[in-house]
Design a protein around this ligand. Sequence first.
Ligand code: ADP
Length: 159
Amino acid sequence: MKVAIYPGSFDPITNGHLDIITRSSKIVDRLIIAVSKNNKKKTLFEINERVEMIKEVIKNENISNVEVDTFEGLLMAYANKKKANIVIRGLRAVSDFEYEFQMTGMNYKLNPKIETIFLMSLDKYQLISSKLIKEINALKGDVSQFVPKIVENKLIKKN
Ligand code: ADP
């Protein structure tokens, strides 16, 4: 059975993330979206808010093999605990490459039984990042084309 983890901050979930979720859900048996509790990263949304938004968003999609969880500490330790054999990551243009390359290499050294699979972002999602969306929203810009409606509403409430 192919159990995959899609880890990230998801602060908040975007249409780019959602695309990776729907596409990867078709190639694995079970997909666990793992929201990172990393306290070193200052997030706009609390962990529970991020989880709830993802749950709401995936409820509207026709995907039954996807669940949402949180994790802290080493991703490889979490993957072991969940008996996962795959980590899913999304790749945008070249900007993600260096970081992902290093992370994947180190993760492989920590646990060679777990493969990291990269899905290339579709061109319409290439430029979407949670970070930029938060900046645009804070400046009262319209983010409706980048995030699901539920997320847009939550972002507006943060202003
Ligand atoms: P992290 O803090 O781990 O970078 P993110 O929530 O920013 O968490 O991203 C989680 C994963 O989703 C990463 O693999 C990232 O490259 C990918 N991702 C983020 N935005 C997009 C996008 N627009 N298209 C495809 N993949 C994306």
